[in-house]
Design a protein around this ligand. Sequence first.
Ligand SMILES: [Cu+2]
Length: 173
Amino acid sequence: MQVGVGVAFLLLTIAWTVILWWVATRASLAIPYERVTVVVGRIRRLGTLVVVVILGIAFVFSLWFLPYPSSRAARLGDPAVTVDVTGRMWAWQLSQTTIPRGQTVEFVVRSLDVNHGFGIFAPDGRIVTQVQAMPRYTNRLLYRFEEPGVYTIRCLEFCATGHHLMIAQFTVE
Ligand SMILES: [Cu+2]
């Protein structure tokens, strides 16, 4: 698969180079510079407009996916389950390790010492969501698990020598 993609990319690169070479060496295709500046100016103005419109639409659309608890609650529904999470060097402590699927869960995340990263990984190894665990601050993370299985928590913020030991698990059923 990757070799096929590599070969396709190589062939495209060669074809593109040949076309560019052919255009660049044919005098009959030469275009007066004044004409070039007019056309390029038009493309730039239109391109700017297109980019601004696309970014504007993307910005409005992205508001729906804001990671704040209130926007997540609007999308997922008010939390039915609350899990207290405490991070410290070098372990996670959860108030419960069994979570119902299909319901909105609120993780109330704190740290007893330094900054940690509370990252949740699905049974297939994919990261599904994350939030910072910070001292003297409480972060709320809302999520709804649709797939049952054993999920793994890993620290995503380097927190000294035992960082890699900060692993915990919970079950979604
Ligand atoms: Cu950590």
